[in-house]
Design a protein around this ligand. Sequence first.
Ligand code: 6PG
Length: 622
Amino acid sequence: MGVSGVGKSTIGSLLAKELSIPFFDGDDYHPEENILKMSKGEPLNDNDRLGWLQTLNKLAIQQLKNKGCIIVCSALKESYRTILSATITQHTKWVFLKGSFNLITERINARKNHFMSSDLLKSQFDILEEPKNAITVSISLTPNTIVKVIQKKLADTSEFGLFGLGVMGKSLSRNLASKGFAVSLFNRHVDGKEVDIAKNFKNEFKELATALPFDSIAPFVNSLQKPRKIMLMVNAGKIVDQVIKDLLPFLEEGDILIDGGNSNYNKTKERFDYLKSKNIHFIGTGVSGGEEGALKGPSIMPGGDKKAYKQVQPYLEAIAAKDANNLPCCTHIGTEGSGHFVKMVHNGIEYVEMQLLAETFLMLKAMGNNPDQIATVLEGWKNTANSYLLEITIDILQKKDGDDWLVHNIMDKAGNKGTGNWTTIATAELGVPSTMIASALFARYISFFKDERVAANIHFKSEQKTKLNLTNTELLNAYKFARIINHYQGFRLIDEASTRYNWGLNLSELARIWTNGCIIRSDFMSHLVNTFKTTTNILTNKQIIEELKTLKPSIKKVVSECVLNDLPIPNFSESINFLNGFSIADSSANLIQAQRDYFGAHTYQRKNDVSNKFYHTYWKNN
Ligand code: 6PG
């Protein structure tokens, strides 16, 4: 592309020959009416150009089925280029031939039988919007050199950079490369520890044949087409700031950094603001699905400026999992740290889903089942309560370790990387009772006190023999009940943050991108996509109310039986306690208010006073 007279046809056909791909001159595709107009010396308007640009787009799409092609076209405006590359943005490479007004006029006028009025050329310069994402080559070089420069740049530039080749970074790189994207890969060099990571990784997988590996920052950044798109796949925390600091000197205005780690949403907001002041876009992105998801299709939750997102959308959507309608499980979540916020709550919901299955395991074990038998029971639950976590739990339970089951030999101390902790802080800060997330987090913390638990067991172990009087159906019903409450609480927290921070989050769309690729995908999540189309509070949905009512007797029975048998099931028990507390019309908070007023004169309101006036009482009787 470039204004008339830059030598597009000459360079284009030479390049096509070098690359052994077909060459097309865009001018040969004008419809008759355009040719007529131009022959009369009338300039074409955007309307005249539309059909022509669409024809060239169709030609490009057609040629992509083979080896691709070179098309030359002035493509002066961004909007023309959008039409030309519609649906094939990620496969389109722009080469911009750049020359000064004087040089072009001089060259055209030196050609025999050629003349272009300086007015016509000037009008082209007037509408020219220089592309930011093109290989730009100066026409002051000879045609052969220009072709060589373009070839070198085509081979040496990638459209997307991956920074950090840990488990997730590696899987995402392979995913991107397998979708046909040219990627640059970076992993730091640490003497004796991290040596040639990117290079060795590239050589390991055939889809990375054309990937460019680096262990130093400057050449990595320079290998990227502008605006640069770099996804950081490093551990959450201070290291993200360090990486930003290291990259900044090499970045330019308009470049885009995507943080794909589990970063804290408050830090993401700070980084977003800081980078904005440097004219760099920052997209805090939740990525869920673990190693396999990252490779085959994760659920992706990007937050940040919508305009910046648009530029990385084709890449993120291409690598994302697909929902039941084949739409990508990736959507622009909202501004600031909203992407990382929703990923954080996703993990909170995940903690609960895992804890409920762990408690189910405990109960079924107490009912005399071995892991294989428990797996068989859970297999039956797939019909009405299937989820990814249920499926992997069944696999886990069946894994043997010699004559025993592996699960029996795993130390019962649950780790965590912080997202459940942050969700619990966020729910407390926002004043939303997402009690199950807190309870699941604290269950993990309790598990960690293994030595103290063993010691306490001597004093407090159950005297009676465990006798759980429960049926599998009661257990399944209780499980379904608790999961509904979990999803209510998680989404309620997201909705509150959306209102508070003005993010305008769409809960149905969120549920949709969580129907595949992520850890909390489930049949119930798919069901919620529709539920959230009409409400942000699922406890007002008729069908869900009816379901909870039907399931309630089972959760009451399950929790009671476990308490009577000294079995800890904090999450099951929290679910029913929450609903009881949330649906009691007359609570005991009146006494709390009286106590607060007694010792601190904090005042209280009276039920029979609609003015909401505050009262204080002198409580002592004498
Ligand atoms: C995911 C997971 C993933 C990871 C977290 C949770 O969605 O793919 O949530 O992000 O498993 O690190 O970790 P912890 O259980 O260690 O807190």
